[in-house]
Ligand binder design. Sequence first.
Ligand SMILES: Nc1nc2c(ncn2[C@@H]2O[C@H](COP(=O)(O)OP(=O)(O)OP(=O)(O)O)[C@@H](O)[C@H]2O)c(=O)[nH]1
Ligand SMILES: [Mg+2]
Length: 393
Amino acid sequence: MSKKPPQPEGPERATLVSVQQRRPSSGDALAELEQLSTSAGYALAGEMSCVRARPDAATYIGSGKLEELGELVSASSADTIIFDNALSPIQQRNLEKALGKPVIDRTGLILEIFARRAQSAEGKMQVELARLEFLATRLVRGWTHLERQTGGIGVRGGPGEKQIELDRRMLDDKIKLLRTRLGKLGRQRMTQRRARGRTGAFRVALVGYTNAGKSTLFNALTKSKIYAADQLFATLDTTTRKFYLAPQVNATLSDTVGFIRDLPHTLIEAFKATLEDTLQADLLLHVVDASAPMLREQMDEVHAVLHEIGADDIPQFLIFNKSDLLPVNLHVTNDHTGSGDIEARASMPRFAVSALTGVGVAALKNALFDAVLADPRFQSVSPALPDTTQISA
Ligand SMILES: Nc1nc2c(ncn2[C@@H]2O[C@H](COP(=O)(O)OP(=O)(O)OP(=O)(O)O)[C@@H](O)[C@H]2O)c(=O)[nH]1
Ligand SMILES: [Mg+2]
């Protein structure tokens, strides 16, 4: 029996692969994959991007590129290969066999990050549910991560049908159990939500692409110190705090998990309950990283997820954050509508802010106060401007 080679010190090294259907306009697909990989704790060991109109059924990239990738992997002594594209179980297996290393795809990578970041019991259960559901789709054709544990990579033939049946039953049972537990938590939250509803707070929720600066803005608005960092999915669990707008106004602000292109559907499903809870808001602050090259695509993605969870009819402010990174003469509110339902978005109030430096935050608070005044529940609130000395204190 061969001995396992000694584990290399430091983080696992990953070679990144991105396949585009058409010639890419920029290297942004790889840039985001880099961010995802480092957020999951990988060190980067080489990158490869290529154009392919149709994925190869067996290996996604085709034999010529696979050979090239093999050379790159051994030259850069990578431990893992990460694909930006969704791989079928058979493609993943063939690639692993050819490269002799674990291969993961974008969905697997995002699930890894979520698994690392989940803090609350509910968050952990949601991620586990998403992971098991993803795994269940991989049980087709007799290859699973479970097989890796029992048989190992490269063992000829898959596990017998009986084994697959057992694995599937085990997975199904676990999935059912998690769903029941999450359902119970959801009902508890519903009760809490009703209780909160009676208190009549004006509820504001932050939404946006991951890394847009939601948590930083949350801290700026509520004078809190929740975790904000230059990594994707720094926030997984929702945080809700009261925040000050004016003496008679009871307002709450919620920070939520960020969105990303091709967010695995199992994750949206798993997080739906928490998101739905948060998105019972009176107003959404859609935080956009105004300095992001893919800003339009990111905004479109957020609108798509909001639509999917049925939150696209909640009034929305567009917050163009990180204005400090933009050239001073660029007027952020011009040409920042995004594509898609432009008409709906054109009417959304928009603000340029820097959550980091505080520029524009007071103006945003004023607008929030106006939004509260426009709400029939707060008709008795005096329409004086909020106490700005309090705000900047
Ligand atoms: N220059 C600049 N950086 C900012 C600003 N706001 C946030 N950042 C930085 O952007 C990075 C991401 O900020 P977060 O607040 O964690 O972003 P988030 O939207 O909560 O991200 P996730 O929770 O990962 O989805 C951090 O490094 C922040 O310091 C800003 O106005 N200007
Ligand atoms: Mg955050």
